[in-house]
Write a new protein. Sequence first.
Length: 95
Amino acid sequence: MESLFQLSDTAGAAELDEVRAVAEKVSGVLGVSGVRCRHMSSNVMMTDVVILIEPSATATEAQQLAGRVRDAVMLSNAEIAEVLVRTSTCPLVNA
């Protein structure tokens, strides 16, 4: 039963909030639209983050930004073994 619990998206709110805060601090990130963390064992997590970026960002810029977010999240918590960062363009807000 413990194995099933650890393999599901079971990170606590504090862990999710920490990952979100770290990602949001990276220059160029306009927001975070999703965070998921899965415990792979008692002290190893896999993390998925969806960041919002400028609609005008090139593919290269998006990839570089995702890499910076990945590095920042990995450095923030020794239990995080891998981070998958997906990018999505931030919806334009009509002024």
